[in-house]
Design a protein around this ligand. Structure first.
Ligand SMILES: COc1ccc2c(ccc[n+]2C(=O)c2ccc(S(N)(=O)=O)cc2)c1
Ligand SMILES: [Zn+2]
Length: 262
């Protein structure tokens, strides 16, 4: 399982302000300037093959809730797009606000979305474990999908229904046979891609970001259940709602955003 067992507390200084990793030249998230993105004719279509049987559990790690996949074999993989190798799905999670007016980490011409989904993959051609890949430049690939408020997302509801079971930090619940591809937009070949980092500590500059242009719709009530989660564990006397778990934007530092030709 890919997510490291140490967690980020809600009081971590990074939630309070723009903490760029010292000397970081490729920090995430960033604002995506649509007119500044460059068509890259070499970009291929993405190939996503997710096996619902590799889904294993949902875990509240104190900064988001993670849906974790068994990543010991190449059963759920991402290939193509800007990627040379095969990347293995290890977890997905979300970032959201306390209101529907904000919550995403990336923005599109400064437009904020209510939430953002991150599907985290690591290069299984080059490395044996996630923990190795996270230390290497471009060892990871994260697909970002924006969430906007609209109609209820039927596929998401199965996950929303188990969230009360992981209300507190460090709680885990078994969660199986979930097909993560139901959370992707209709057209997955319309994306931006750039070289960036993890958006929570250790902020490793190891991520090829692939951000979907098309958002998915979720209902207000579904997002309200995200906000019912807590940053704090059951033992803590002061309970803190898990909201605004996004990082502030980081300098572009000369990076270019590439996109697939229309
Ligand atoms: C080597 O020690 C680590 C490594 C990774 C850790 C982590 C703690 C939390 C999350 N992670 C993550 O895996 C992680 C963090 C952020 C993201 S994000 N929001 O998709 O950029 C994805 C994954 C500690
Ligand atoms: Zn994330």
């Amino acid at each position: 399982v890919c997510s490291s067992r140490y967690v980020l507390s809600a009081l971590h200084p990074m939630w309070q302000g723009p903490l760029a990793a010292p000397g970081g030249n490729r920090q995430s998230p960033i604002d995506i300037r649509v007119r500044k993105s460059v068509f890259d004719p070499h970009l291929e279509p993405l190939t996503l093959e997710y096996d619902p049987r590799t889904c294993s559990q949902v875990w509240n790690n104190g900064y988001s809730f993670l849906v974790e996949y068994n990543d010991t074999t190449d059963k759920s993989t991402l290939k193509g797009g800007p990627l040379e190798d095969t990347f293995r799905l290890c977890q997905f999670h979300f970032h959201w606000g306390e209101s529907n007016a904000w919550g995403s980490e990336h923005t599109v011409d400064r437009r904020l979305f209510a939430a953002e989904l991150h599907l985290v993959h690591w290069n299984s051609n080059k490395y044996k474990l996630f923990e190795e890949a996270v230390l290497e430049e471009n060892g990871l690939a994260v697909i970002g999908v924006f969430l906007k408020i609209g109609k209820r997302h039927e596929g998401l509801q199965k996950l929303v229904d188990v969230l009360p079971a992981v209300r507190h930090k460090d709680s885990v619940v078994e969660f199986t046979s979930f097909d993560a591809s139901c959370l992707l937009p209709a057209n997955i070949d319309d994306y931006w891609t750039y070289a960036g980092s993890l958006t929570t500590p250790p902020l490793s500059e190891a991520v090829t970001w692939i951000i979907m242009k098309q958002p998915i719709e979720v209902s207000h009530d579904q997002l309200a259940v995200f906000r019912s989660l807590l940053f704090t564990s059951a033992e803590e006397e002061v309970q803190k709602s898990m909201v605004n778990n996004f990082r502030v934007q980081q300098p572009l530092k000369g990076r270019t955003m590439e996109t697939i030709p229309e």
